[in-house]
Design a protein around this ligand. Sequence first.
Ligand code: AHR
Length: 667
Amino acid sequence: MRAMSVISAIVLLLGANAFVANADDTSGANPAIELTIDATKPGPAINPFIYGQFIEHLGRCIYGGIWAEMVEDRKFYFPVTDKYNPYGDSKITIPVVSASPWEVMGPAGSVVMVKKNAFVGEHSPQIAPGSGIRQNDLAVVAGKEYGGYVWLRAAKGKASVRVSVILEDGKDSKQVANTIIDDKEYIRFPFKFVAARPTENARLQIDISDAPCLVGAVSLMPSDNVRGFRADTLALLKQLHGTIYRWPGGNFVSGYNWRDGIGPRDKRPPRRNPAWTGVEHNDVGIDEFIDLCHEIDAEPEIAVNTGFGDDYSAAQEVEYLNGSADTIGGGWRVKNGHAKPYGVKYWCVGNEMWGDFQLGHMRLDQYTLKHNRVAAAMRKVDPSLVLVGSGDLGTKGRLGDGPDAHDVSWSQGMLERCGDRMNMISEHFYRGQLPWTKDGKMPIEEHVGQLREEIRKKAAAHRKLQAKVGRTPEKFIPIAMDEWNYWHRDYVYGELGCDYNLADALGVAAGLHEYFRNSDIIGMANYAQTVNVIGCIKTTKTAAFLDTTALPLLLYRREFGSVPLAVMGNSEERKLDLAAAKMADGSAITIGVVNPEAKPQALRLAVNGAKVGTNAKVWRITAENAEAINTPEKQAVAITDARDVKVDGAVSVPAYSVNVFRVAVEK
Ligand code: AHR
């Protein structure tokens, strides 16, 4: 599928249907590049799962991004103390909570953490009468309604409780509600308010009088949340239209107990995030993930824990998702209100188990045994599962002992020893500019080619490796590139929340082109990640927007064909990246053009083997310069509306641009 030389192109142009698009602005462009799309030999269909996404319990991806909860540490993982220092010395723009975000309002010692009658987790705060606790730094939008609740129980006798929202510095205090609570059991006390004006410094305060009172858990969400998901983020996820979502990690999964994330939400224990900073609130677990996938029309893909986890737990997780009510796991699902099995088909057996940073990392030969045990146990519950094994071409591992011992790549070991117990093999990669700061410069075209280069190398290496381990092309185990992206620069949107620019968007489009060119061996690709954390959607506390890298994902998913066609010509000399594909029903041919150059370029296209019309539609992603970024205030990089192009001249593509053309095929 690689571009051929100019000489071949000239030969192929004979008998081709010349399709030339007229100029919009070719000023400053070089002479038109001659290209031929060969519609006579389509490549293997592009798997729709190359348009997948990855979300992980890390930074502000789930909490602070997708989930609508506004209160930090709502279940009191951290003890509430007289020393209020929630962010420690974190330098991240949106800092991670590393100590209790609850401030004591009262004399020293008026809040103690008690284990007896704790509502959830290890302990609950008990507040002395005449004192209170408050959470600062809540952001609200004027005129918007918010709803919340507090679980309360008097420690002795009857306590009076006042819940207030204070918009700024004690001024404009809004008392939300009062109640009287006794000591028999925890009571859920709901409240609502409409923000009179916008602020990032609203406070939620709980004051106690008459008797000491326990606070079990607190929640506050905008009332427009959709079963707990942020309405603004959901709307963008729908636009992004990822076909499959991989969850819950990532490194996170290797320390995750999925049972912590099921059952009544307020009663699920908060834990320290096992792989990253901050707290895992366990508000989003399996049932919420499935709900999210249904809401955004995506296929769920669940990673099981093969780090600190075991075969028993993985099999029981499959039962929870797919088993009947008479299995242990299936019974729990039914009890939690989901009578019908979810039927989740796609599963990752572990994450990056080749890395010595991974919780539960072990020797390759031991891990292959573990993979096989886990996979067998999962398939015993549901033989129809599609399993992705954890590979890595770049890491060596040891197979065998004594004189037989030899080192092979982790992927080779997995293919040799686990080939029958997996349907796809995972490879991950991240590229970026070093140093990972705004000042790390690299020629734009080189930067744009980084993702493409990785994909090309991995696909070629797998073809070679799979042949070496005795697999014919028909029996290749497809690659699931289930983490791929740029990862660089400063973190602006919380942990790993780097922002992206137009050059990154061009690189993502070129990466997609490379997936199309390797459709014989790429079975899945999950852009990593989705919200805030190296994410293509960014959020503030009150708004969400598409970052630059979301745009090619969205555009190709929406408009591009699914049957790849070879493109031949001299585009490489001009650094252009071109890909073509016809629609599954054969009605149109689409052409993607990435121009990483500072100059516009002119193209002259011909189609061999199909008669195309004389009008094309074009969508573009571009901006004034390659370093243009999107911010909450201004989205400098966007997709243009579809524009009609008359095909009677050379078609131009602007400097630093992604262009998708679509032309109808005539019958
Ligand atoms: O996506 C961030 C991290 O990168 C993932 O947790 C891990 O799988 C990879 O190393």
